[in-house]
Design a binder for this molecule. Structure first.
Ligand SMILES: [Zn+2]
Length: 146
């Protein structure tokens, strides 16, 4: 069995999407980036907690290399960081008093990660997204935080 490879001779992509490993969210995130942001090709590193891994990690640690390598090796210009609702890396949804409190918490985490990335890569365009659970956990809505 072999599979078609569409990138022969190509080694650059416009963006990297840093997301959590959570199996419940990543397919929707990929679909959103394709369909809503119109980005066909992107690196897709996944680390537990997404922004949390940047915030807790060493300045040159694994999570930051998930951003540095796309920017340097693949000449990506955009870094898209996606956090999500009910993230186990942060202790799950029960840790927050309300859905609004959960969104606000993740907003602060995403902003902190953005600042840390921009301190190291001032020319990167950093987009912050949050995958929210709505309709009693039956639907995902992707919020643009910044
Ligand atoms: Zn998660």
């Amino acid at each position: 069995m072999s599979y078609q490879f569409n990138y022969q001779g190509k080694h650059h992509c416009p963006a990297a999407v840093l997301s959590c490993i959570d199996f419940r969210f990543w397919q929707t995130i990929v679909e959103y980036v394709h369909n809503e942001l119109g980005i066909a090709d992107f690196d897709f590193p996944s680390v537990p907690g997404s922004a949390k891994a940047i915030n807790d990690g060493e300045p040159d640690g694994l999570a930051m290399s998930c951003v540095t390598i796309p920017l340097q090796l693949h000449e990506a210009k955009k870094i898209i960081i996606v956090n999500h609702a009910d993230c186990g890396a942060y202790g799950g949804a029960d840790k927050h008093e309300s859905l609004d409190a959960e969104v606000e918490f993740h907003k602060q985490e995403l902003l902190k990660a953005k600042a840390k990335i921009l301190a190291k890569h001032p020319d990167a365009e950093v987009i912050l997204l949050f995958a929210e659970l709505i309709d009693n956990g039956r639907q995902i809505d992707i919020l643009t935080i910044e």
